[in-house]
Design a binder for this molecule. Structure first.
Ligand SMILES: [Zn+2]
Length: 244
């Protein structure tokens, strides 16, 4: 079986083995390119990817071409350097204009989540820390009563719901979090040992990301865009004054 090692874009397992099911060779000048497709060897995944690679070593590639079946014990990626994979495995997606501490915390959470499905529970804990770091000071600043339960991470839903009631967070976020099965994602405490799926980690990641976009990226972008347009308006006015 001809295999290749890829970070699976679907089950997110790093350096996962894929079975090559199609392979096409292209000679461009003296470079040997490969285009192929392969299936994830994780039994619960089995999703296909496309890939493009470049031969690392012509001599070895000749051996492959002559005895495709004979090298079944070898990994294809010993001979081929991957150039691209379709679909592209997800990378960290961090909102702009975040304060430094929040950026670091969110980056950490993204790296944990993308490290593989086994880390879902740890990733969820990491996003909860991001939410606490972003929302607790905001609640205090806006004279929302921060209870001991909120501070210890056992009442994040109430914290978010209070912020939404004061229009500091969008109401649809509160509605999303209030729907079935999401609240447990938010609560540490007794759920500390609960099992979570990678999809649940993706969901809390997206909720956290949207909250940060609303609180920091959007105002930051508005300020930056406004500044840009004001600067060009001033420039235009100055030019008009010179012309007059
Ligand atoms: Zn997979």
């Amino acid at each position: 079986m001809l295999r290749i090692t890829i970070n699976c874009p679907f089950c997110k397992i790093k350096e996962m083995g894929f079975r090559i099911i199609y392979l096409e060779e292209n000679l461009v000048f003296d470079r040997r390119y490969f285009i192929g497709s392969a299936i994830c060897l994780n039994k619960n995944c089995k999703m296909p990817v496309g890939f493009k690679g470049l031969s690392r070593n012509h001599l070895n590639m000749w051996k492959i071409n002559e005895k495709m079946n004979a090298i079944s014990e070898h990994l294809f990626d010993e001979f081929v350097k991957l150039i691209s994979i379709w679909p592209t495995p997800e990378g960290p997606n961090i909102p702009e204009h975040l304060p430094e501490t929040l950026k670091e915390l969110f980056e950490e959470a993204e790296h944990v989540r993308l490290s593989g499905p086994i880390a879902a529970r740890i990733a969820i804990g990491a996003y909860r820390s991001v939410l606490d770091a972003a929302l607790l000071p905001l609640a205090e600043k806006n004279e929302i009563k921060v209870t001991e339960k909120m501070r210890s991470g056992n009442d994040r839903y109430k914290l978010i719901s209070d912020l939404a009631d004061k229009d500091i967070l969008p109401k649809p976020i509160k509605e999303w979090l209030g729907s079935n099965g999401i609240r447990t994602l938010l609560t540490s405490g007794s759920h500390g040992t609960s099992k979570f799926s990678p999809e649940q980690a993706d969901e809390i990641a997206q909720i956290t990301r949207l909250i940060l976009i609303y609180l920091f990226e959007l105002p930051g972008r508005v300020a930056a865009e406004r500044e840009k347009f004001e600067a060009s308006r001033k420039e235009a006015e100055a030019e008009r004054l010179i012309e007059e």
